[in-house]
Design a protein around this ligand. Structure first.
Ligand code: ASP
Ligand code: MG
Length: 423
């Protein structure tokens, strides 16, 4: 047993986009090692490599085979891990790269969305014991039963890093990205957004679910479950980033609003003229569930007294819209509703903050800000620490700016975005 502390560092695609970036990242890893830490690195594919590979597959066939898709996509991380190991070696420090299976990332067999079932990083430990930096390909694993390579789903390298940090009992898992940390809003959308020093797992989960892209939601869940401290920071600067932990420091008051998130990837389905009798919602949502769609907000209007009919609206990922609408239409006569409307020009705005629990009037403040800006809300939903509203899609950006200002979150200067497309 060594007394050296272990740090896991994850570098996203924009941090290793080209040879120069890879060398910069290698220098940072070497500097961490020089401070006396053991370093394990999880790395994403270079730049937009994964997107390009997805596009390439779809230029061959409309329905790429899931097993072969994982074979294809995992090559992206294999390129960056090998190049990064070479770069570190050329700086005079030993380094060894490992694929997900070599690193012991055991998953279930669900291609494209595999879940980690076990982590057995023996070879990673051996490399560390021999004084090397271990580089692990992000986003990939191996299924023992099928003996096939799997991927964890898009953005899955964060989860790789957190799982390694948990299995190796790392002191911290540093997530390097192209912004300085977790912001009060996406700085590409709200330039006056500022970095927050600490967010809780709970808040981070709500923000990620509401569309904040800085961390993969499964990585945050995994970190919370295993108590892995996350430090989200920029690979382009040395500044302190954002700590994601179970709670804030003792002397830090909980802000009422920690952040504002926006999501344009949602659509709204309205089932019109539903008979207002018991069982109809059950019937409709059983049909929807049968398509595998993930429903988010649901609103049922009061039934019009003279007709006994009501409208039910719900939101879902846009990618699932077609299947859901087709399924509902095919059962229209059976359920007995009048029509189905589909609207994909919507946006979802959410405000998140642990302090909401102990503060009244947050909804009133949010709704007033939107009203004063002339922005209409079409749906509203709340959780203990989140309020979400649906607006017109083309008004979402403006709504985010207005709400950000109304809750006093605007910083004095515009935030720095170092790279990346936010894609
Ligand atoms: N390269 C994969 C993706 O783009 C995994 C990751 O970047 O986390 O989704
Ligand atoms: Mg990527």
């Amino acid at each position: 047993m060594s007394s050296v502390s272990l740090i896991v560092q994850k570098f996203g695609g924009s941090s290793v986009a080209d040879a120069e970036s890879i060398t910069r990242v290698a220098r940072r890893i070497v500097a961490t090692k020089a401070l006396g830490h053991d370093v394990v690195v999880a790395v994403s594919a270079m730049g937009d490599t994964t997107d390009d590979l997805v596009d390439l597959a779809h230029s061959i066939t409309d329905r790429p085979d899931p097993r072969e898709m994982d074979m294809l996509l995992t090559t992206g991380e294999r390129i960056s891990m090998a190049l990064l190991a070479m770069a570190i070696k050329s700086l005079g420090v030993d380094a060894r790269s490992f694929t997900g299976s070599q690193a012991g990332m055991m998953t279930d067999s669900q291609h494209g969305a595999a879940r980690i079932v076990d982590v057995t990083p023996d070879r990673v430990r051996e490399a560390l014991d021999e004084g090397a930096v271990a580089i692990v390909a992000g986003f990939q694993g191996f299924n023992r039963d099928s003996r096939d390579i799997t991927t964890l789903g898009r953005g899955g390298s964060d989860t790789t890093a957190v799982a390694l940090a948990a299995a190796l009992d790392a002191e911290v898992c540093e997530i390097y990205t192209d912004v300085d940390g977790v912001f009060t809003a996406d700085p590409r959308v709200v330039p006056k957004a500022h970095k927050v020093d600490v967010v809780t797992y709970e808040e981070m989960l709500e923000l990620a679910a509401a569309g904040a892209k800085v961390l993969h939601i499964r990585a945050v869940e995994y970190a919370r479950r295993h108590g892995v401290r996350l430090h989200v920071r920029s690979s382009f600067s040395d500044s302190q980033g954002t700590l994601v932990a179970a709670e804030r420091g003792k002397n830090m008051e909980e802000p009422i609003i920690t952040g504002v998130a926006g999501d344009l990837s949602v659509a709204k389905v309205t089932v019109i003229g539903v008979p207002d009798v018991p069982g109809k919602a059950a019937q409709i949502f059983t049909l929807v569930a049968g398509t595998g769609a993930n429903i988010d907000m649901i609103v049922q209007n009061v039934s019009a007294a003279n007709t006994g009919l009501t409208d039910i609206s719900f939101t879902l990922p846009r990618t699932e819209g077609d299947a859901v609408v087709a399924t509902l239409r095919s059962s229209q006569a059976d359920v007995g509703f009048a029509d189905v409307a589909y609207d994909d020009n919507i946006g979802k705005l959410s405000v998140v903050g642990g302090g909401m629990r102990t503060n009244a009037g947050v909804s009133a403040q949010l709704f007033t800000a939107l009203f004063e800006a002339g922005i209409n809300m079409e749906m509203i939903s709340t959780s203990e620490i989140r309020i979400s509203v649906v607006t017109r899609g083309d008004e979402l950006k403006r709504a985010m700016g207005v709400v950000h200002a109304a809750f006093g979150l605007d910083g004095d200067v515009d935030a720095v975005v170092y790279a990346g497309t936010g894609r």
